[in-house]
Write a protein that binds this ligand. Structure first.
Ligand SMILES: Cc1cc2nc3c(=O)[nH]c(=O)nc-3n(C[C@H](O)[C@H](O)[C@H](O)COP(=O)(O)OP(=O)(O)OC[C@H]3O[C@@H](n4cnc5c(N)ncnc54)[C@H](O)[C@@H]3O)c2cc1C
Ligand SMILES: NC(=O)C1=CN([C@@H]2O[C@H](COP(=O)(O)OP(=O)(O)OC[C@H]3O[C@@H](n4cnc5c(N)ncnc54)[C@H](OP(=O)(O)O)[C@@H]3O)[C@@H](O)[C@H]2O)C=CC1
Length: 499
């Protein structure tokens, strides 16, 4: 590192200590062992991917550890972690200003500052989002005092919460007809629903998926970020170390309100005043509680019902973290507010790349890949962005990485292994597709999406062992018309068929 009067200088600077940023810095450190790589992060700990295991061509398992940054510097002596938030980027000058008053000059920069929860009501103390370790702990603390909460949203976090929470009534308000719209269709939702009323199993099933651990979490005090600082996003099994229990003795009590959104949130005092004003609520708006029961906060839904609760979890997606530190740089943004990146992970500004939750993939994708803000994609993008930065520096050309050929995600919902491949929900296919299903209640749910006789997507719930075969069938686009329903016939050994 050469210091200049105007600030420290590095050829490569990466912003963000989450999976995308750390993976990018590691790959750059390997590609350029004699260069110092600066990794700037607002969080005192970094996320490291360990024990990567390739399950199939595109599905991978790995462990994720929250580690002190010194461990990363030990593994890669040419990575220098700068633990300070970036206050301002001046892209035209190739300069970064940090919150501790320092200035850095870069040649090439990769922005990996993640995303923030998109809350239904900003600044309302009764509305919680879950993103990082600190917000998860705040949620757990509130839950420990709660008798009833309202969960809003129908994606990954809501699915995990409604299954994990015990001893607290959950009112789950969803916009859709069926649960889990970001991962499932109504058929899969039907398959999963009985698990919500069943007593929760104490031992989780063995399941091939990523694991999330906190380095030394039991013995050591974890460094805590200032409360306004954004930590790295949580990930697989984030709730395993937390007791998600309310004040009651029962296991599960989930009531689902479908096809509705939150119309208004009323604090107790305001709610009581409104109730006394006869014209405040139209006749069809109903408090579902007897009047003598009082709650700190009330949620008015668009279906006319009002539920009192201790607090609300807004599990309503994320917004890329582009403000305030990137303000004034005129980046081209995607529809979802992310930094647009081309097929070389390059943003619209010279020498600035982006990866992970902060970016919006804006290249023409493979017909069976789409972006989802997931741990696996953060890692793949971080890795590939570093390769692109290296190729640009060395004047080499580079092809789009193979990991963007097929969307592939393995996770766990309601204690089932879940694999989703390609256009698993027929995303963007309109009516031009057919579905094939196989379902054994309580055991497995298999759905494939076919288009013109070819497989373009699949949802596999349970231990189906079909992921590798289906991944191949989607990738090679073989015409499967001749096999008809045999494709899902449990008596036909499909792997032998296609070997
Ligand atoms: C509760 C929860 C459960 C999840 N479960 C799964 C799962 O099971 N499977 C899965 O694939 N994905 C899961 N995800 C999604 C996954 O965690 C994210 O997609 C992924 O971690 C994003 O990584 P990232 O590196 O892009 O961003 P982040 O992990 O958000 O990292 C951003 C980094 O940037 C830093 N930063 C932010 N602003 C600044 C600044 N101004 N200056 C310096 N540094 C800054 C932050 O401190 C942080 O270190 C889950 C997410 C949540 C919230
Ligand atoms: N196991 C896994 O793979 C997990 C992954 N994650 C990831 O973490 C991130 C955050 O998770 P999460 O917050 O659940 O985000 P998701 O994007 O998964 O889901 C958001 C949900 O909220 C709904 N929604 C959006 N706005 C509103 C609103 N105003 N009112 C009611 N509902 C609304 C969305 O509906 P619509 O789609 O119609 O907009 C969608 O159902 C995501 O990137 C997710 O993929 C999180 C947990 C587990």
């Amino acid at each position: 590192m050469a210091a200049t009067p105007s600030g420290a200088r590095s050829r490569f600077v990466v912003v963000g200590g989450g999976i995308a940023g750390v993976t990018c810095a590691e790959k750059l450190a390997m590609e350029f062992p004699s260069e110092d790589i600066f990794l700037m992060t607002a969080s005192p700990v970094i996320k490291a991917v360990t024990n990567v295991r390739q399950v199939s061509k595109t599905l991978e398992e790995f462990d994720v550890e929250e580690q002190p940054s010194s461990l990363l510097e030990k593994r890669y002596p040419n990575i220098k972690v700068i633990q300070s938030g970036v206050e301002q980027l001046r892209g035209d000058e190739h300069k970064i200003f940090t919150e501790d008053g320092k200035e850095y000059v870069y040649e090439k920069l990769c922005l990996c500052a993640g995303a923030k929860p998109k809350l239904i009501s900003e600044g309302n103390p009764y509305v919680l989002g879950i993103r990082d370790t600190d917000s998860a702990q705040a949620f757990q603390k509130n839950l420990a005092q709660a008798e009833r909460i309202v969960v809003v949203g129908n994606g990954g976090i809501a699915l995990e919460l409604v299954y994990e929470i015990q001893g607290c009534e959950v009112i789950w308000a969803i916009k859709d007809k069926a649960i889990g719209n970001t991962f499932f269709d109504a058929g899969a939702a039907e398959f999963l629903i009985p698990k919500l009323s069943a007593e929760k199993q104490e031992t989780p099933i063995e399941c091939k998926r990523t694991k999330y651990t906190m380095e030394g979490s039991e013995e050591k005090e974890r460094p805590v970020a200032a409360s306004d600082k954004l930590g790295s996003a949580l990930g697989p099994d984030w709730h395993e170390g937390l007791s998600l229990k309310g004040t009651k003795e029962f296991s599960h009590k989930v009531h689902i309100e479908v096809l509705c959104e939150v119309k208004k949130i009323h604090l107790q005092q305001e709610f009581l005043q409104l109730q006394q004003t006869s014209l405040a609520f139209p006749k069809e708006v109903k408090n579902v509680e007897p009047d003598e029961v009082l709650w700190p906060v009330y949620v008015e839904l668009t279906n006319g019902k009002i539920y009192g609760c201790n607090f609300i979890v807004s599990a309503t997606g994320v917004v890329p973290n582009v403000t305030p530190f990137l303000a004034g740089n005129n980046f081209a943004l995607g529809e979802d507010g992310g930094l647009k990146v081309d097929k070389h992970m390059h943003t619209s500004l010279p020498d600035i790349y982006a990866a992970g939750d902060i970016c919006t993939a804006s290249w023409e994708p493979s017909p069976v890949w789409h972006q989802m803000r997931l741990w696996t994609q953060a890692r793949q993008m971080g890795w590939y962005a570093a390769k692109c930065m290296a190729a640009d520096t060395l004047g080499e050309s580079i092809d789009l990485d193979f990991s963007f050929e097929l969307f592939a995600h393995v996770t766990k919902f309601f204690n089932y292994k879940v694999v989703v491949l390609g256009k698993y929900n027929a995303q963007g296919l309109g009516l031009d597709h057919e579905l094939m299903l196989r379902c054994t209640k309580g055991q497995e749910y298999v759905k494939v999406v076919m288009q013109s006789g070819r497989m373009v997507g699949a949802v596999l719930i349970g231990d189906t062992d079909l992921e590798e075969t289906f991944e191949n069938l989607i990738l090679n686009q073989m015409d499967l018309s001749a096999y008809g329903e045999d494709l899902l016939n449990p008596d036909v050994d499909i792997e032998d068929y296609f070997d």
